[in-house]
Design a binder for this molecule. Structure first.
Ligand code: ADP
Ligand code: MG
Length: 685
C-alpha cells in the first residue's frame, strides 16, 4: 500500500531530466499519478499504409513513397511544397511554416512515410503540415495506434510518450473502488482501462477510441465523475455538521405579507417557499440554490424566507451584485416590509459618511432587522448582532471569497440562500453544483404577454430607429443596448458614449439617457431613477442592465451586434422587457454576414423563450467553463467526462457516491487522493 500514500514526484525519478520535469510541470504534471491520468486527445493510425489512389477527402492516412519534386514557393505566400509519389499516384505536401531542416528532409529522391489529413488543394489532394518520417525499406509498420497527448512548446510527442510509458511501468495502477462499482457496469478495471487508452491493443477500434465510447473511457469518466461527487458531497456533509439557528415556521409575518400582497404566489413559488422554510427549521445551515428564469419571481420568495428568520429575532442580509439591483431590492423590500413594522437598513459604497454610520450602527445593535446592500455588506466594518440568514442574489457574480466573508458574519453559522437568474442546466447542477440543494421555480407568474423577438440585419437600422421613435411617441419606453466589446473597457466606454451622442442627434424630440459600467454608482442610480420615473424615454445602455432591472413600461429593446453576446446574456437582456401590460418586442440587430455558429446561436434565442432550454443550448455551444463564472475557481473542471455524452453516467455516479460514502470511507479517500479532486473549502459558500 505504500505506493498509494507517497506521491511519486517526477523530479525524484530516474529517467526524468530537469528539462523534462519542467516541461511536464507546465502541463500540471508533477507526479507519476498525474502522468498516468494524462490521457491522449487522439490517436494516429500508423498501422497501415494507404495507396495514394485510395485516399479519401477528410481521411487521416499514412502514405509511403518518394519525393519527386520540392520547392519553396512565394506565391501567394511563402510555402514549402513537395510532391510524393507511390505506385498508384502523387500527392501534394504543403508547409506554411517550416525549418531549414525540413527542406532537407523533403529533398527530391527522399523516401518518406507521411501522415496527415487529406484535403482538397490546387492540384488535387494534399496534406498540410503532415508528419514526415524517413522510411527505411525494412521498417515494419506500427502494430498499435499511436497516442497523441496534449503537450506544450518544446516537449515533442515522442518525449511525452516515453514519460508516460515510464510511469506505466511503476506499480501504481491499483484499484481504488470496490468491484461492485465497475464490474456491475461491465467496465474494465482501472489498470486495464489506463493501459488500453495509452497503449491500445491492435484490435481496438480507432473510432470508439476517438469518440470516447470505449468501455475504458467510460470507466475513467465514471472515476472522474465519482471523484467530483465524492468531494462535493463530503463538503456538503461537513457544512451540514455545523450548527445554525433553527428557525420555526412563521405564524405571523409571512401570513400578513401574503395577505396584503397584490398577487398570489404561483404553485412553483409555493413549492420552493416550503422547501426553504423546511431548511430554515433545521439546526444546521441551509445551503440552497434557488434558480428560476428571468421574471419567475425569486425576490418575493427571498422575502418570505427573510420574514421567517426575522420573526424569530434573527437579522437577514440580502446582497446584490450591482448598485442598481440593490437599490431595486431595497425599494421592493421597503414596500413589502415597512407595513409590517420591520426596520430595513441600506448599505452601499456610494452612501454619505453619515448615512453609512447610521446604517452600521443599526446593523450592529440589531435594530436593522433586514439589511440590503452591495459588496459593501461583507466589509470588515459591518458587524451584525444576530445574522441568521444571508441571501445572495445573482450568486455567480460574486467571488467565493466574498460569499464566504458574508457567511462569516454570523455566529453560529447563518443559513444561506443563493439565487441565480441564469437557469442552470440539469446536468450542470447535478455535477458542479452537487454540493448544494437546488430549488427550481419552473413556472412564470400568469398574465405575462410573450415577447416578440426579431432578427434584423444592421442594414435596416433606419427602420428600427423609426420604430423606436414611434414606440416612445406612443408613451412607451425603449432600451438601446450597445455592442459588447469584451476586449477593451475603454472601447466599450467610447462605444456607449458615441451611441448616446448619435441617439440624441437622431431623436431631438426625445429625452435620452445613458448608463454604463464606468459611471459612479450615484450617477447610475440617477439615470435609472429617471428612466423608471419615465423622465427619459430611451435608455442607451451597456450590459449593466442585464441583471434584475425592472421597468415595466419599457416595451422595446434593441440589441446591437447581437451576435457578439452569449445566449444566456441575450436572454437576460431580453428579460428587461415584457414586464408590463404592453406587448413587448426585442430586436436583435446583427452584422451580416453571420458565421454558422453565430447563426445557430441567434436561432436559439429567436425560437425559444424558455431560459432552461436556452441555458442547455448555451452549455452545448460554449461548454461548462463559461457557464460557471466565479464558481470555476473553486471547482476543478472535468477533463474526461463530458456532461452531454455522459449524462447517464453522471446519474450513476451520483448514486454510487452516496453508497460509497456510507459503506466504504476508505475507498473514498483513496479515490480522491488518486484524482486529486479537492473542491476548495471556499466554494462551500
Ligand atoms: P426574478 O426571478 O427575475 O428576480 P422578480 O422577483 O424580479 O423576478 O419578479 C418579477 C416581477 O414579477 C416583479 O415585478 C414581481 O413583483 C412580479 N411577481 C412575482 N411573483 C408574482 C406572482 N406570483 N404573480 C404576479 N406577479 C409576480
Ligand atoms: Mg431577480
Amino acid at each position: 500500500m505504500s505506493a498509494h500514500s507517497t506521491p511519486s514526484l517526477l523530479s525524484e525519478r530516474k529517467g526524468f531530466s530537469t528539462a523534462l520535469v519542467s516541461h511536464l510541470a507546465k502541463l500540471g504534471l508533477h507526479t507519476l499519478q498525474d502522468l498516468i491520468l494524462h490521457l491522449p486527445i487522439r490517436y494516429l493510425d500508423e498501422t497501415r499504409i494507404t495507396a495514394i489512389r485510395d485516399l479519401r477527402m477528410g481521411d487521416e492516412a499514412q502514405v509511403q513513397g518518394e519525393i519527386v519534386h520540392a520547392e519553396v514557393s512565394y506565391k501567394p505566400r511563402k510555402a514549402l511544397i513537395a510532391r510524393i509519389q507511390d505506385e498508384s499516384g502523387q500527392l501534394t505536401l504543403r508547409f506554411l511554416h517550416f525549418y531549414p531542416s525540413q527542406i532537407n528532409t523533403l529533398k527530391e529522391g527522399a523516401k518518406l512515410r507521411v501522415y496527415g489529413e487529406v484535403r482538397h488543394g490546387f492540384f488535387g489532394y494534399e496534406m498540410v503540415h503532415p508528419q514526415c518520417k524517413k522510411w527505411r525499406e525494412d521498417a515494419p509498420v506500427n502494430t498499435q495506434l499511436t497516442p497523441v497527448y496534449p503537450t506544450t512548446a518544446g516537449l515533442p510527442q515522442a518525449n511525452i510518450r516515453k514519460a508516460v510509458m515510464l510511469a506505466l511501468e511503476q506499480n501504481i495502477l491499483f484499484e481504488t473502488l470496490p468491484a461492485w462499482v465497475y464490474a456491475a457496469h461491465q467496465m474494465p478495471s482501472f489498470s486495464d482501462s489506463i493501459r488500453t487508452l495509452h497503449q491500445p491493443a491492435p484490435h481496438v477500434s480507432l473510432e470508439a477510441l476517438q469518440a470516447r465510447t470505449l468501455p475504458a473511457w467510460r470507466r475513467l469518466a465514471l472515476d472522474e465523475l465519482l471523484a467530483q461527487q465524492l468531494s462535493m458531497r463530503k463538503h456538503y456533509a461537513k457544512r451540514r455538521s455545523l450548527d445554525a439557528p433553527s428557525v420555526a415556521e412563521s405564524m405571523k409575518l409571512v401570513p400578513a405579507l401574503l395577505q396584503h400582497l397584490a398577487f398570489q404566489l404561483t404553485n412553483a413559488q409555493k413549492k420552493v417557499v416550503t422547501e426553504i422554510a423546511n431548511d430554515l427549521s433545521q439546526p444546521h445551515p441551509m445551503q440552497r440554490l434557488l434558480q428560476g428564469d428571468v421574471g419567475s419571481g425569486k425576490t418575493i420568495v427571498a422575502c418570505v424566507a427573510a420574514l421567517q428568520a426575522i420573526e424569530h429575532g434573527w437579522q437577514v442580509a440580502l446582497m446584490a451584485p450591482t448598485e442598481i439591483l440593490a437599490e431595486q431590492h431595497f425599494k421592493k423590500f421597503t414596500q413589502w416590509l415597512v407595513p409590517l413594522n420591520i426596520h430595513i437598513a441600506w448599505l452601499t459604497g456610494s452612501q454619505s459618511k453619515k448615512e453609512r454610520a447610521e446604517a452600521l450602527n443599526s446593523i450592529a445593535d440589531g435594530t436593522a432587522q433586514m439589511v440590503v446592500g452591495t459588496h459593501a455588506l461583507f466589509q470588515d466594518a459591518v458587524q451584525f448582532k444576530r445574522l441568521g440568514l444571508a441571501i445572495v442574489d445573482e450568486q455567480h457574480r460574486f467571488g467565493v471569497q466574498q460569499r464566504l466573508a458574508l457567511r462569516q458574519k454570523g455566529q453560529p453559522e447563518p443559513h444561506q440562500l443563493m439565487m441565480s437568474a441564469t437557469p442552470i442546466p440539469r446536468t450542470l447542477s447535478m455535477s458542479y453544483y452537487a454540493d448544494l440543494d437546488v430549488s427550481v421555480i419552473d413556472e412564470l407568474p400568469p398574465g405575462r404577454t410573450p415577447i416578440v423577438t426579431k432578427l434584423v440585419s444592421d442594414q435596416r437600422r433606419d427602420e428600427i430607429l423609426q420604430r423606436v421613435r414611434e414606440a416612445c411617441q406612443a408613451g412607451h419606453q425603449a432600451y438601446w443596448v450597445c455592442p459588447l466589446i469584451e476586449e477593451s473597457e475603454a472601447l466599450q466606454l467610447q462605444t456607449a458614449n458615441d451611441t448616446y451622442a448619435y441617439m440624441q442627434a437622431q431623436f431631438p424630440e426625445l429625452k435620452v439617457g445613458l448608463v454604463h459600467g464606468r459611471m459612479k454608482p450615484a450617477e447610475k442610480q440617477q439615470v435609472m431613477q429617471a428612466f423608471s420615473a419615465h423622465e427619459t424615454q430611451l435608455l442607451v445602455a451597456t450590459t449593466v442592465i442585464e441583471v434584475g432591472v425592472d421597468v415595466p413600461n419599457a416595451s422595446l429593446m434593441v440589441i446591437e451586434h447581437a451576435e457578439r453576446f452569449g445566449l444566456s446574456q441575450l436572454h437576460q437582456l431580453r428579460g428587461r422587457v415584457g414586464r408590463g401590460a404592453a406587448k413587448s418586442t426585442c430586436i436583435l440587430l446583427y452584422q451580416s454576414k453571420l458565421s454558422d455558429t453565430a447563426r445557430a446561436r441567434l436561432k436559439v434565442i429567436f425560437e425559444h423563450t424558455d431560459g432552461f432550454l436556452i441555458a442547455q443550448a448555451d452549455l452545448h455551444l460554449r461548454g461548462p467553463g463559461e457557464f460557471l463564472g466565479t464558481r470555476q475557481s473553486g471547482v476543478p473542471m472535468l477533463k474526461i467526462a463530458d456532461l452531454e455524452r455522459d449524462e447517464a453516467l453522471l446519474a450513476e455516479a451520483k448514486s454510487i457516491a452516496e453508497r460509497l460514502l456510507t459503506e466504504s470511507p476508505q475507498a473514498v479517500d483513496q479515490h480522491l487522493a488518486r484524482w486529486m479532486y479537492q473542491v476548495e473549502e471556499l466554494v462551500k459558500v
